[in-house]
Design a protein around this ligand. Structure first.
Ligand code: GDP
Length: 206
């Protein structure tokens, strides 16, 4: 495999492209995408805003009615960040949950330019059924997954370390290429590590 010179990815230069309700509405399937997913309130918007150093970039995904949409942000001509719809908003009807699942599953399984998936999990919670389902989908789609243990500032140093160890032990038992780290959007915890992981995905050759 030929190595390419790692490119600098200007996350702070990210701009909103569009919101898609259907896969057909997505931009053409070329270049590279990295997608973010998590239960509602896991800290997805805060993490995307922190990564891009923009206070309101991911706010668009919070607009009522847009919560079931895929939001795309452009980093450069061939690199995009993707904000997948959060799961667990209020008490949505069973059919909406099913449609959501199918939409996400279709996106993960058919999108060729997808390089990796960032799964956001509140560090105070263990992996829930939803997270395990996403991990299963990612593994079936042969997609590497990086778990961000968010809101790490809410725990003291020792408790953070314990939580990281617990999740690390849990993911070892699961199939697929899974990594994890702690993160906080409000304190300087894990920002460089997240960028490093994304750089790795964006800059690797297929
Ligand atoms: P989303 O629904 O996954 O997009 O979650 P948000 O980013 O909107 O965050 C949900 C709530 O958690 C908000 O009240 C945020 O201010 C808070 N939050 C998000 N990230 C952090 C963090 O790193 N530390 C702390 N203390 N609060 C956070």
């Amino acid at each position: 495999m030929t190595k390419i010179t790692p490119e600098k990815n200007n996350y702070h230069a990210a701009t909103f492209i569009l919101s898609a309700a259907k896969l057909e509405n997505l931009p053409s399937d070329d270049g590279y995408e990295v997608a973010f997913i998590g239960r509602s309130n896991a800290g997805k918007s805060s993490a995307i805003n922190k990564l891009t150093e923009q206070r309101n970039l991911a706010r668009v995904s919070k607009t009522p009615g847009r919560t079931q949409l895929i939001n795309l942000f452009k980093l450069s001509d061939n690199k995009r960040l993707v904000d997948l719809p959060g799961y667990g908003y209020a008490k949505v009807p069973e059919q909406v949950k099913k449609d959501w699942g199918k939409f996400i599953d279709d996106y993960l399984c058919t999108r060729k330019c997808l390089r990796g998936l960032v799964l956001l999990v509140d560090i105070r919670h263990l992996l829930k059924l939803f997270d395990l389902q996403i991990l299963t989908w990612a593994s079936q789609a042969n997609l590497p997954i990086h778990i961000l243990l968010t809101k790490a500032d809410k725990l003291k140093y020792g408790a953070r370390k314990t939580a990281l160890q617990k999740i690390t032990a849990e993911i070892k038992k699961l199939p697929g290429e899974i990594s994890t780290q702690i993160f906080s959007a409000t304190e300087n915890i894990g920002h460089a590590e997240l960028k490093e992981k994304l750089n790795q995905w964006f800059n690797e050759l297929a």
